[in-house]
Design a protein. Structure first.
Length: 359
């Protein structure tokens, strides 16, 4: 169970990037639908747990140290090639986005030149990724408890200091422009986009344990944890919707409303979330192009990290607008493939070789 909790914590840390922790993504995909956003968070919880369980179990079953084996197993040799190439590209793209995001937070929150944030995150990420997989998993999961605590504090504060009624907050929500046409699609898009980003590293984390049940429980724990965070952030922002509407980082706004000191702490937590995602993406990307136990692995980590650092100067907003939208479509393909693979595996008789790729 200790290993399952460790994988679950790392899964949460991997998925929860700056957009999630800042509240902006939850605002667009859930809170903007008002009460129906809560139903959306339930749908997202189930999907995250189901996808997390299957990806971690597949990684464990195939004993993989990169996402390649898992992708070809669930997508087959033809679709697998396309998904593998796209996922590898996006792993690098998200790493670049995280480096750029760190620069933006340093500049906007602390008044420090953005290049300092880019350099620091790139340097620390490269150092951590050069460690073994066990230490990488531990590093990714270390910030998660602080985020959970901060989110709980903000949710309690928002509910206890709520200025209007929930009916009034619903009116504010009705005036918003959500990221999807309805709450069900909003939940599906959100899970799709995040699974596309996190699937590779989750498969690698599953491959670090030999017991499928342990890996599967890690995916379930992480998925449920993500759902709880979505619910808490959602309800906390809904209670203060009249205040946070139009803000770039609503959770950071609420944290600063509690106390400037707490706001500074929340900014550090946000940077920790960016670090988690950067480490997971860079590790999974490099593991796809080199065996992790090969002498050249660390050299490639440095080369890829420096390349991502250089690309980060394209600009955070430009990168997000380019990399992220397409990831949703990749995520839908993965979700469909995982569901089909799950049904196929359930139908196979005892003793059948489950390592054979799907056609």
């Amino acid at each position: 169970m200790k290993k399952s909790i460790q994988i679950g914590g790392a899964f949460i840390g991997l998925i929860v990037g700056a957009g999630f922790a800042s509240g902006q993504e939850i605002l667009q995909f859930f809170t903007s639908f008002g009460w129906l956003g809560i139903a959306g968070s339930v749908v997202a919880t189930f999907l995250f747990a189901f996808m997390g369980m299957n990806l971690a179990q597949l990684g464990s079953r195939l004993q993989t140290n990169s996402h390649k084996e898992v992708i070809y197993h669930i997508c087959g040799k033809y679709l697998g090639v396309v998904v593998d190439i796209l996922m590898t590209f996006f792993l690098f793209g998200v790493t670049v986005v995280m480096f750029a995001g760190a620069g933006s937070i340093f500049e906007q929150q602390f008044g420090i030149p953005g290049i300092i944030g880019n350099i620091l995150l790139a340097l620390i990420t490269i150092i951590v990724v050069c460690l073994n997989i066990e230490k990488v998993i531990s590093a990714i999961g270390v910030v998660t408890p602080f985020l959970i605590l901060a989110v709980i504090i903000i949710a309690i504060y928002s509910l206890s200091t709520m200025g209007g009624t929930f009916a009034q907050m619903q009116d504010v929500a009705n005036a918003q422009k959500p990221a999807a046409s309805n709450w069900v699609l909003g939940a599906l898009l959100y899970v799709s986009y995040n699974i596309a980003a996190g699937a590779a590293m989750l498969a690698v984390m599953g491959g670090s344990v030999k017991d499928e049940k342990t890996a599967g429980w890690g995916g379930i724990i992480g998925g449920v944890g993500l759902g709880v965070l979505i619910f808490l952030i959602n309800i906390g922002m809904f209670a203060k919707f009249d205040n946070i509407s139009g803000t770039d980082m609503p959770m950071l706004y609420l944290a600063n409303e509690i106390s400037p000191i707490f706001g500074a702490i929340m900014s550090i937590v946000l940077l920790g979330m960016i670090f988690n995602t950067a480490v997971g993406m860079l590790y999974a990307f490099t593991a796809r192009i080199s065996q992790t136990d090969a002498p050249k692995f660390r050299v490639l980590v440095v080369i890829c990290g420096v390349a991502a650092f250089g690309a980060s100067f394209v600009g955070f907003i430009t990168l997000v607008g380019t990399v992220y939208p397409t990831m949703g479509y990749l995520g839908f393909t993965l979700i469909a493939a995982i569901i089909v693979a799950w049904f196929r595996w359930r139908k196979k008789p005892e003793g059948h070789d489950t390592s054979e790729p799907a056609s």
